[in-house]
Design a protein around this ligand. Structure first.
Ligand SMILES: Cc1cc2nc3c(=O)[nH]c(=O)nc-3n(C[C@H](O)[C@H](O)[C@H](O)COP(=O)(O)OP(=O)(O)OC[C@H]3O[C@@H](n4cnc5c(N)ncnc54)[C@H](O)[C@@H]3O)c2cc1C
Length: 435
């Protein structure tokens, strides 16, 4: 049986990305006993991944702040289950099960990339854009490699700049959005000077790399790994030889934990009030799960959630004003990078959509709903638990994602056995249902 460790906090924050870090420090500053849990080995979230060991990085500055405020940071622990009525979350580490009690909870679980299937997308070296960036941060040699960056959203630019700075030869950036749509987005940046500055820095870093709008990958080719990619650009197809394709179609909020706790969703995002509180009393949410809005919005929402969860109201007025402005930017993002319907026709009948369970497009197309497809094909029942194929089938077939059930991630049986809070009905669900 796994060892069970117990913790108790006034405010528990799940996620140590920008939103979670801002929430934890804000709550601790006004006197709350705060804990932060994150499944990565160190704090920083997606944007500051792997930077905590660099002396003057944002991640190391935040880590120092947490330390000086007495916040307990628990990294390498994944929240897998809950008993929200008793205010308990269960997290699994490599060695133990953690039972974490709290008075108030802040969910800052971030977002992931949306991957859309097309023929050849499962070939080795066709990778998620942020995924390739993360692998390079972890030591994958990229110097001299030819990379095509494709899909949609500002993350493509950040990834291209990062890869180029680490020696990659970025051959092209292919954005599915139209030139008009991007031009109108760019003109809106004039009212967000900080974003405009970032855009100009990126533009300088990407100088000389072709940036194509109305462009997307239609087929990846290669014998054992990627060798060539076919890109559709303004309706004509061209083939490019490359070593890597870094591909992602904007981001999807990580709402599974919120959903499991019973928090209401709206348009695929967690619904929150003016204090970032969800529909479940005492449960707050900040950052990307409330809508894809970027770093600045994540930091502001985190501060509001932290102060409100600690039961204080200082600075909330000023922060709400800043949040309104940052939300305008988020709305512009959503409009500019809306996926075009043509992308629904990318997969052919043999294209694998659920790569965990090898389910093809043709097998899914026979079904009328996510639930039906899941029952008949095991789509979404593999290790990623539908985190990749769920958003893809939602876009391809307009399927509503089903309800979320515990455990949130594949979990050791001994951890489940240690969860003494599971209600009998849930327990039989867990032990009787194949995951
Ligand atoms: C792959 C990827 C790469 C990105 N790279 C960049 C970049 O280079 N530049 C840029 O400007 N923006 C980047 N972004 C966007 C950036 O993440 C956002 O703009 C913003 O910083 C999000 O902050 P956040 O705190 O809301 O979420 P995140 O930074 O995503 O933090 C959420 C944290 O919660 C953790 N978590 C989630 N669920 C659980 C659970 N059940 N148990 C424990 N921990 C959990 C996650 O592992 C993560 O560490 C990237 C996004 C993604 C998805």
């Amino acid at each position: 049986m796994a060892e069970t460790m117990r913790r108790n906090f006034d405010v528990l924050v799940v996620g140590a990305g920008p939103a979670g870090l801002a929430a934890a420090t804000s709550a601790a500053r006004v006197g709350a006993k705060v804990g932060v849990v994150d499944d990565n080995p160190a704090v920083g979230g997606q944007i500051w991944r792997g930077e905590v060991s660099k002396a003057t990085s944002d991640a190391s500055n935040w880590a120092a702040k947490l330390h000086s405020l007495g916040v307990e940071v628990i990294c390498g622990a994944q929240i897998v289950h809950h008993d929200i009525a008793s205010r308990v979350l269960f997290a699994e580490t490599r060695f133990a099960l953690l039972e974490i009690r709290f008075s108030k909870l802040i969910l800052a679980t971030g977002a992931r990339e949306r991957l859309l299937p097309f023929p050849g997308w499962t070939l080795p070296n066709v990778m998620a854009a942020g995924g390739l960036q993360a692998m390079v941060k972890s030591g994958l040699p990229i110097s001299g490699k030819r990379v095509v960056v494709a899909g949609s959203g500002p993350l493509l630019l950040a990834v291209a700049a990062y890869l180029r700075a680490h020696g990659a030869k970025v051959l092209a950036i292919c954005e599915q959005a139209s030139w008009n749509s991007l031009a109108s987005f760019a003109s809106g940046l004039l009212s967000h000077p900080g974003k405009l500055r970032q855009a100009l820095i990126l533009q300088r870093q990407l100088l000389g790399i072709p940036f194509w709008t109305n462009s997307w990958p239609v087929r990846a080719l290669g014998r054992e790994a990627l060798e060539r990619i076919i890109i559709s650009r303004n309706g004509t197809q061209r083939e490019i030889s490359c070593d890597y394709l870094a591909c992602g179609f904007h981001l999807v909020p990580n709402v599974e934990l919120a959903s499991l706790l019973g928090c209401a969703l709206e348009g695929g995002c967690v619904r929150v009030d003016d204090a970032q509180q969800t529909s479940v009393a005492g449960v707050f949410c900040a950052g990307e799960p409330t809508g894809i809005g970027g770093l600045e919005l994540a930091l502001i929402e985190g501060q509001i959630a932290g102060i409100a969860a600690a039961g204080k109201s200082e600075r909330l007025r000023e922060l709400r004003g800043r949040r309104r402005k940052a939300q305008q930017f988020a709305r512009r993002l959503e409009k500019a990078f809306k996926l075009r319907p043509e992308l629904k026709t990318l997969p052919d009948s043999g294209t694998i959509v659920c790569r965990c369970e090898d389910v093809t497009h043709a097998r899914l197309a026979r079904h009328s709903s996510w639930r039906d497809a899941k029952n008949q094909t095991r789509c979404g029942m593999g290790p990623c638990q539908g985190r990749i194929c769920g958003p893809a089938t939602q876009f391809l077939f307009d399927w509503d994602p089903g309800s979320v059930r515990p455990p949130l991630f594949p979990t050791r049986v001994e951890s489940l056995a240690s969860v003494s809070y599971i209600a009998p009905a849930e327990h039989s669900q867990l032990t009787g249902e194949r995951q």
